[in-house]
Design a binder for this molecule. Sequence first.
Ligand code: PMV
Length: 327
Amino acid sequence: MNKITAMAPANIAFIKYWGKQNENLRLPVNSSISMNLSGVYTNTTVEFSHEFKSDEIKCLDKNFNHSEKIRIIQHLDRIRKLAKINLSARVVTRNNFPRSVGIASSASGFAALTLAGSIAAGLNLSPKELTILARLGSGSACRSIPDGFVEWLAGNDSESSYAYSLYDKNYWDICDLLVLVSSKAKHVSTTGGMEKAATSPLWPNRTAQIPTRISQIKLALKDKNFSFFGEVLEEECLEMHAVMQSQNPPLNYWTDETKMIMQMVGGWRRDGIAVYFTIDAGPNVHIILEKSNVELIKNKLREKFSPDQMIVNNPADGAHLISESLF
Ligand code: PMV
């Protein structure tokens, strides 16, 4: 059978996914909205063959641990079931960013695996079906399949929980200046952390607020109203982290450097520069800004951070096939 390689971007959530209505199906409590990132991505090659005695899974930049391998094999099983094949696979994957620094690689990883794996298995899934399959591997992975700016509809069953493109990558010239900070926080998986979301006393308020916030961010995107957009995405980030930090047991992904950057962003804004921050499940800070301000903010960050800690991301295409093969 064919050997297929796909590339998929990581994405940054403007409206966050935190909490599931169904664990097995990875159905989120609320819809979420994200942007694909041009500078952080995963390439994955998949081949199914009689020649492989068992699944062979390899990550070129950092070895997978046992549970990561199991999760990938479970995803291959979903693909095999859909394709009605019984062949073992070889999967080789490479991230262009270090997995150890706490950038979630599960979104780009499962999106690339879904696209390459499904085609290698002979499937011809629709874009919607691809997002549903990717979601079963890792929730946020479904948002790395469509292009540009993406909404993942929460839905109420597997069929209705899918992602689609709101706007393509050329729609709006905004950037995500990702600042990598050293991860001193103990890593807790998003899967484990999310299970406890509803123990936060802030949870009822969050679930009540979310529909309004989704409408606001969509309106800001439609009008390209950057300051409104930034205010809503920052409020959303702070609320999700407030929920995490007040769940039982509490979950805190921030380090001193995370908090320092958040304060720097606030200071620049008081100086009249339109910059906002958002943070996913890790200590790294995504500074959201208009393209025209990227060099200015990079220069300011250089006082505290080295250039290799900064990754400039433009809005990017979703998962797509590439010709370069990893084996
Ligand atoms: O899909 P997961 O398990 O990597 O969860 C992602 C959770 C957050 O990054 C915190 C929020 C989001 O919507 O991406």
